[in-house]
Ligand binder design. Structure first.
Ligand code: 6GU
Length: 284
């Protein structure tokens, strides 16, 4: 996978190169390019925003800056501050580079070969684990990080010619810009690239992958500051452990995210357990 980020704060994206994502780069499973939007600014002041039509507070980012930036990044002609590792999708021959294949114009790439453009915005559709799973199979993802007042909407409309565009939010709160949201989304996506996390089973047991929150976990020592590990976990009875974990998951979801229970896949035993729990708590 290749990830490009366009931002006015390139240094904010440094964590992309560290820890988990850095490992993916070293493994050759990820290439990252971070691009300073001001490279595409047209005036001496390198201005990237202007006052909003119709009035109101804040500034809106200029289409004449974002348009060329996204053109260049989609075609791989942009120079990034750091191009780590190989760029497999860029070194692949394009169809008209191959001898004997008739060339034709690139105006409209097929949906399949369009990169994914993610525009983080508090006005976007909520980003979910399902999105992370789907996007972990992408070849090329571009993040357009704008300030929260936004980018001129025509940029998003126009970008749809060259990208599959997704405007997404990471939660119901407002950040200053899309940079941290891009980091959040990139981490959620990259850890799902096969081989990056190493342990496939841990994906299947992630919170949300079965529509429920994960329950508590414990490690040694068995007694710590007067607190014990639940006996069932040291019983050696795997069926009992599985059932206990399922119930902890159900209980935590009921307490913290009850709305998730409406769409989670529940069997008769799950429903009976939840009914008993509700019965218990309605007494107090
Ligand atoms: Cl994706 N961007 C910004 N700027 N603020 C946010 C957000 C995204 N998600 C929640 N708040």
């Amino acid at each position: 996978m290749r990830i490009d980020v366009v931002t006015i704060f390139p240094e904010y994206l440094d964590p992309l190169r560290h820890a988990l994502l850095g490992k993916a780069i070293e493994q050759g499973k990820l290439a990252v390019g971070v691009h300073d939007l001001r490279q595409w600014a047209m005036d001496v002041h390198k201005s990237v925003d202007d006052s909003p039509y119709g009035g109101g507070p804040g500034m809106v980012m200029k289409p004449e800056v974002w348009g060329p930036a996204l053109d260049d990044v989609s075609s791989g002609t942009a120079s990034a501050s750091d191009l780590d590792s190989a760029l497999p999708h860029l070194s692949k021959p394009r169809h008209d580079d191959i001898h004997g294949v008739e060339s034709h114009a690139y105006a409209e790439p097929s949906a399949e070969e369009k990169p994914l453009l993610i525009v983080p915005t508090p006005a976007g559709k909520p980003f979910t684990q399902e999105d992370a799973q789907a996007w972990s199979a992408e070849e090329h993802i571009v993040f357009a990080c704008g300030r929260y007042e936004g980018i001129d909407q025509r940029v998003v409309e126009d970008a749809a010619k060259r990208y599959r565009v997704r405007e997404v939010s990471i939660g119901d709160y407002v950040l200053i810009g899309g940079e941290v949201a891009a980091l959040v989304i990139a981490e959620a996506v990259v850890r799902l690239i096969p081989g990056v996390l190493g342990n496939r089973r841990s994906h299947e047991e992630d919170s949300f992958s079965d529509g429920l929150l994960e329950g508590p976990s414990y490690t040694k020592p068995r007694e710590w500051r007067g607190l014990s590990v639940p006996d069932v976990l040291t019983s050696g009875d795997h069926a009992k452990v599985d059932r206990w974990r399922r119930e902890q998951s159900l209980k935590r979801t009921l307490q913290r995210r009850p709305e998730l229970l409406e769409t989670a896949e529940l069997d008769a035993a799950d429903r009976a357990y939840l009914e008993a729990l509700k019965e218990e708590t309605s007494w107090t």
